[in-house]
Design a protein around this ligand. Structure first.
Ligand code: GDP
Ligand code: MG
Length: 223
């Protein structure tokens, strides 16, 4: 099965592990353990579901530990990513401000550790490079007025980088229930990641054009 890689980043404790569990297992994670390094889970995704070109893909979700102590070593997990999910926490106001920095960190994966980069510039050109989804977690823990304020802040950023947005209570399976607007947006995001990854190959010719061979190390510049 053909595969795409999506990295999931955001500050520690915002709900990344819980979100990935909900997306991949279709049920909330009772007690997420602290993420050390990176954990990978997969979701089987129907690309363009319901259309003649529908096809099954495997979406790998790379849940990257967000602690500051590992800022220098986690870059290794970003290589070859085809999409990014940026996660923030509506009960923690600092976590919206760091989204641009997280995106810049992912986009600078090939630039070497010492490269200086400007989050604003990177955010502006992000979608030209890879699709982005912004996820707001813990709406249930924030009072509605405060949540709305923090949500607006995140939305401004999402607009700047052309990202879709969803709000997910990771402790409730209903948040991503089949047919819900969240589920539809998530599905469209995965479609976009797959389109971007395979855009040079017309969809109907994937199988004919694939030849067995050694694994290729992809760079986002190839797409
Ligand atoms: N109430 C509530 N708690 C959440 C939600 N998402 C995550 N949590 C809790 O927040 C804590 C940190 O979540 P975790 O997934 O480990 O965050 P990570 O560090 O970003 O991977 C855990 O206790 C989760 O159960 C949510 O949407 N609502
Ligand atoms: Mg985690």
């Amino acid at each position: 099965m053909e595969t795409v890689k999506v990295v999931v980043v955001g500050d520690s404790g915002v709900g990344k592990t819980s979100l990935v569990h909900l997306i991949c297992q279709n049920e909330p994670c009772a007690k997420p353990s602290w993420t050390i390094g990176c954990a990978v889970d997969v979701r089987i995704h129907e690309f363009r579901e319901g259309l003649p070109e529908q096809r099954t893909y495997c979406v790998e979700l790379w849940d990257v530990g967000g602690s500051a102590a590992h800022a220098n070593t986690r870059r290794v997990f970003y290589g070859g990513a085809h999409g990014v999910i940026l996660v923030h926490d509506l009960s923690n106001r600092k976590t919206q401000n760091t989204l641009a920095g997280w995106l810049a960190e992912v986009l600078s994966r090939d630039a070497g550790e010492s490269a200086a980069f400007d989050p604003e510039t990177f955010a502006g050109s992000a979608t030209a490079q890879l699709p982005v989804l912004v996820v707001a977690c813990k709406p249930d823990l924030s009072d509605p007025r405060r949540a709305a304020h923090l949500q607006r802040q995140a939305s401004r950023f999402a607009d700047e980088c052309g990202a879709q947005e969803i709000t997910v209570d990771c402790l409730s399976a209903r948040s991503l229930a089949a047919g819900s607007s969240n589920a539809v947006k998530l599905s469209r995001f995965f479609d976009k990641v797959i389109e971007r990854r395979y855009q040079r190959e017309p969809v109907t010719q994937h199988w004919e054009r694939r030849r067995p061979g050694p694994p290729v190390r992809h760079s986002y510049r190839d797409y």
